[in-house]
Design a protein around this ligand. Sequence first.
Ligand SMILES: [Mg+2]
Ligand SMILES: [Zn+2]
Length: 198
Amino acid sequence: MQLVLDWDGTCTEVDGLHMLLEEFGDREIYEHMQGVLGAGLTLHEVIAAEIATITLPLDFAVGWMREHVTMRPGFKELAERASPIVLSSGFHELIEPVLAREQIELEVRANRLDARPDGWRPIWRDEAVCATCGEACKRGALAEQHYVFVGDGYSDRCAALAAERVFARDGLARYFDRLGQPYERFETLHDVAAALGV
Ligand SMILES: [Mg+2]
Ligand SMILES: [Zn+2]
């Protein structure tokens, strides 16, 4: 069965886009936006408002990400053994250079970035609104497929609910707890590999 991995906070130890926003974005807008996510604004609206506060040249941001973003233990082994897809609500421009640093090639489904000097703008991969959650969510990228989903956050909720098997940590685990839905908890990607027997 296809293995699908969220990127930020799942493949990486800490959400790289959040790190970038905290370091170089507007912290007040960032904190406000985290509070209204799912309560009036969609994930796309929140991400667009957050990254609009970043005016860094893309090269500099990529260099900073390659230096500061660390991989969750077991990432390389799982990537090599299970040929996962990476499905992210982040951006190719920030994910691919970190994958290249790790010398791993994976299929990445993510958005594109227009890194304008007056504020970054997203170019969304897919803006179709999902009939289940009412947002342009990750589920559409996986339609008609059976998959195992591994994730940690808000953007993973709807796609994880449609998975055959779910590995969750952090906010996604709390969400599944609230719903009383079954999932397997993970901290490292060694945990996931062991449970999948790969
Ligand atoms: Mg995540
Ligand atoms: Zn959805």
